[in-house]
Design a protein around this ligand. Structure first.
Ligand code: SF4
Length: 333
């Protein structure tokens, strides 16, 4: 594969990780992502079919894509998702498929997903207290999530990774319980800073519980945290071990310590738009190419141009930051 046929942006970042949103629908309503009510979801006819997603992935592998992450909305609400995983696992060049889920439907789907070839699971869970869970998600699904995590463990997913969005004034008291879970089980907990991608555009910087403040809370309780060298330089999380070697946590400091310099990710939305960054204000619509007369070469060109146009990083901390029109639930994490 010649350099010119790789997904490299003007900063020299090589993109081999495609995040695929398979739906904008979800079965809970996290306030930092979705409106509480009256959510207008994409018409089903606008969602890419599994065949169309597979075609985009095949073209992507010819440009160096080898890692996929399936996201939503909530990907498990898309029917027959294990069959999409099985399809994508067969695409030559794909070495890793991950999925990010809220685990509400994982109890019945963990085994079929594992059997289909899914390698890694990240479970979004922001609280271990059902009351705080309800405040964040505006739904009573806590028990189903816990049952889903147990099913994932039975199916053989290791390690179980929990993604917990940390919000000042709401989830501080969840940090120690999550750390104790990480210390007592084979669960890795990653604390994620609250990002401005909420549908109601109510995000405020003073609601961000920074990675540094989370680290201080943990070190005040458990002593020094030891950094774990990154196995994947593009991984968003900075991992730490507790001084006594019991357990591991990760900090994803998207806002306070951006990691855009090593970003290798780009995205395909459920309705067929390419986004070169989570905070991109532009998109490339490839659905007409896929559904009408476009060739694989046309799709490849669109991907190359999309990545070539990628900016250095998000502008969250600058005065001219503009929140994307498209909220998190229709971009996918
Ligand atoms: S904000 Fe954009 S450039 Fe930065 S890490 Fe996220 S996707 Fe990559």
């Amino acid at each position: 594969m010649t350099e010119s046929r790789k997904l490299i942006d003007s900063f020299g970042r090589v993109h081999n990780n495609l995040r695929i949103s398979v739906t904008d629908r979800c079965n809970i309503r996290c306030f930092y992502c979705m409106p509480a009510d009256n959510v207008e979801f994409m018409p089903r006819a606008e969602l890419l079919t599994f065949e169309e997603i597979e075609r985009v992935v095949r073209v992507g592998t010819s440009l160096g894509i080898d890692r996929l992450r399936l996201t939503g909305g909530e990907p498990l609400v898309r029917r027959e998702l294990p069959s999409l995983v099985a399809r994508l696992a067969e695409v030559p060049g794909i070495i890793d498929i991950g999925l990010t889920t809220n685990a509400v439907l994982l109890d019945e789907l963990a085994q079929p997903l594992h059997d289909a070839g899914l390698k890694r699971l990240n479970i979004s869970l922001d609280a271990l207290d059902p009351e705080v869970f309800r405040k964040v998600t505006r739904r009573d699904s806590y028990d189903k999530v816990i049952a889903g995590i147990d099913a994932a463990r039975r199916a053989g997913f290791r390690p179980i990774k929990l993604n917990a969005v940390s919000i000042r004034g709401l989830t501080e008291d969840q940090i120690i319980p999550f750390a104790e879970l990480a210390r007592e089980t084979d669960t890795e907990v990653r604390f994620i800073e609250f990002m401005p991608l909420d549908a109601d555009s109510k995000w405020q910087n003073d609601k961000v519980l920074t990675a540094a403040s989370i680290k201080k809370i943990l070190e005040d309780q458990f002593g020094e945290l030891r950094p774990v060298p990154k196995s994947n330089p593009s991984a968003p999380a900075s991992d730490f071990e507790f001084a006594d070697g019991k357990g591991r946590i990760g900090l994803i400091a998207s806002v306070s310590e951006p990691f855009c310099g090593s970003c290798n990710r780009f995205r395909l939305t459920a309705d067929g738009k390419l986004r070169n960054c989570l905070f991109s204000l532009e998109e490339t619509d490839i659905r007409p190419l896929i559904r009408e007369s476009g060739t694989d070469e046309d799709i490849a060109t669109a991907m190359l141009q999309c990545v070539a146009a990628k900016k250095a990083g998000h502008q969250i901390n600058s005065s001219d930051f503009v929140q994307p029109d498209r909220p998190m639930y229709s971009i996918g994490g």
